[in-house]
Write a protein that binds this ligand. Structure first.
Ligand SMILES: [Ca+2]
Length: 522
């Protein structure tokens, strides 16, 4: 079992305490493994352009130039910002993901580049804002569609790492096009076991099935594989991939369906969360338990093969938590929104011996940063078209410099957009009549629109967005989600809430299970 929350909190570093409205409750104190002054200087130089960061990072890990670190990225689907103990979850525990956070860096201000599935994954795998190649909404599932999917001219992370001799595997959800030109096995993944669409039944699959019962593929072909439980099956495949490639550098993406719908769980995982009173929340929590168990098994597998210090292990969610059952508080909104609840996600990076352990990183970072970070670890040059940034120099120094001057989001070709620059955030989401401006330092919940008080700040951010927007493509296919997004926002606003009502919360927060005040969060 994990340490009680207060001890865990201390081990993670004294967190910036915010109440549910984002107000500070105590000062920040950062902790971490000290990095030598010499190394800090080298890394600082690299930040300003010398570019030796990954070399220095590798030296700290005692890895030779011949030993390239493994890259393992575990992604949950629709996991809420506050649905892990280490991010303040109050009604269930995630001991294995918490342990991962204690072994590495937990990011408080990590974002995905889109508030839902496919475009977010397109950004992650390309290292670019996905608007660079018109990938701005989910492709429909059509195995004969050769037009709708991730840009075939853009090389993806596994393909790039293959240049350095990496073995590459994807286990789980793809959702970047079901047609032949877009499938994982032709986009750089030597091994693929999973499904091509946006979600899947946890127990059933059919060779000719549709939607959630679509076939499970292995490399280039659909199979007649039967599932035991999807989350566990994907973990088992990933374990086998690690075992098989233990003597090679490898890149593994474990892309769980959980805790995405359908809400199907096993008795084992339900037992772990049986104290949760609301049935929907309880099932959701059980889905997360499957992911937590998967993280434990992958970490244990790496440990057993003495690969932990040779592996960058990353955990994140692909977008904000889905409505009704997840917990994004204190953030406003849900999956699909450009307010923080749709785009800010848990992100943990662990590489003991190289990265600090038990540290909290608070500068804004993006999932698209993982591609250049991985490539620099592999001693590869990052494509000049990449928008992401190698994060290691920032993690390994005390530099106040931020990886990004500004971060941008655009949905439906500009029907919605957002910009974050420092503490300021402009949001003009679908369904809003004018942009709003928030100071995230004092208003993490985005409750107080300062646009009329700070017109120059608003104008500056909007001009930044317009300049960025000019460098991007129009969407290549129609956004089938736009009306849903508009409708859902309208419903939430009419209900007078800053996010959808959470039916699993009745009159007040559930009592915390670990002795923490329910308002403790960051
Ligand atoms: Ca998702």
């Amino acid at each position: 079992m994990p340490a009680p929350w207060p001890e865990q909190d201390a081990a993670l570093g004294s967190l910036k305490k915010l109440d549910l409205h984002g107000n500070h409750q105590m000062p920040i104190k950062e902790t971490g493994i000290p990095v030598s002054c010499c190394l800090r200087l080298v890394l600082l130089l690299s930040i300003i352009g010398v570019g030796t960061a990954s070399t220095a990072a590798l030296e700290t890990a005692n890895l030779t130039h011949e030993q390239k670190p493994n890259i393992v990225i575990i992604m949950a689907d629709d996991l809420g910002y506050r649905d892990l103990s280490c991010y303040g979850c109050i009604d269930f525990e995630t001991p294995s993901i918490d342990a991962l956070a204690l072994s590495g860096i937990r990011c408080t201000d990590a974002y995905v580049s889109h508030p839902y599935c496919s475009p977010s994954r397109a950004g992650l795998l390309s290292g670019k804002y996905q608007q660079s190649f018109g990938h701005e909404s989910n492709p429909t599932y059509n195995e004969s569609d050769t037009e709708t999917g991730i840009d075939i001219q853009t090389r993806l992370l596994p393909s790039l790492l293959q240049d350095a001799g990496y073995q590459t595997g994807l286990f789980g959800k793809w959702h970047l096009g079901a047609g032949q030109p877009f499938r994982p096995a032709v986009r750089g993944f030597t091994n693929f076991f999973g499904f091509l669409g946006g979600g899947h039944d946890y127990f059933k699959t059919e060779p000719q099935g549709k939607n959630y019962k679509s076939p499970i593929w292995r490399e280039h072909q659909p199979t007649d594989t039967q599932l035991t439980y999807l989350t566990d099956d994907l973990t088992a495949e990933a374990e086998r991939f690690i075992e098989t490639n233990r003597h090679n550098a490898f890149c593994l993406l474990l892309m769980y369906n959980a805790p995405h719908a359908p809400d199907q769980v096993t008795d084992e995982y339900m037992k772990r969360v049986e104290s949760i009173p609301h049935p929907g929340r309880r099932k959701y929590a059980a889905l997360v338990q499957g992911v937590d168990e998967g993280v434990r098994r992958i970490a244990d597998k790496l440990d057993s093969l003495q690969l932990t210090e040779k592996t960058l292990l990353v955990f994140l969610s692909d977008n904000g938590g889905r409505r009704g059952v997840s917990d994004n508080r204190p953030l406003r909104g849900n999956k699909g929104w450009l307010h923080e609840g749709g785009i800010r996600v848990p992100l943990i990076l662990s590489m003991p011996g190289t990265l600090p352990q038990g540290e909290v990183y608070r500068q804004p970072v993006l999932a698209i940063d993982l591609l250049p970070t991985a490539m620099r670890l592999a001693k590869l040059d990052v494509p000049t078209s990449c928008d992401g940034v190698d994060l290691f120099p920032f993690f390994l120094t005390n530099t106040p410099a931020a990886p990004h001057a500004s971060l941008f989001w655009r949905v439906s070709g500009g029907a919605g957009f957002a910009v974050r620059s420092g503490n300021w955030k402009l949001v003009h989401d679908i369904g809003m009549t004018r942009p709003a401006l928030y100071d995230l330092t004092t208003d993490l919940g985005e409750n107080h629109d300062l646009s009329t008080l700070k017109p120059q700040v608003l104008a500056g951010l909007k001009n930044e967005y317009l300049a960025w927007n000019q460098t991007r493509e129009s969407p290549r296919w129609k956004d089938g989600h736009i009306n849903n997004t508009r409708h859902e926002r309208t419903l939430a606003e009419q209900a007078g809430t800053r996010q959808f009502p959470m039916p699993w919360i009745k009159s007040q927060d559930p009592k915390p299970t670990r002795g923490s005040k329910p308002t403790d969060n960051d």
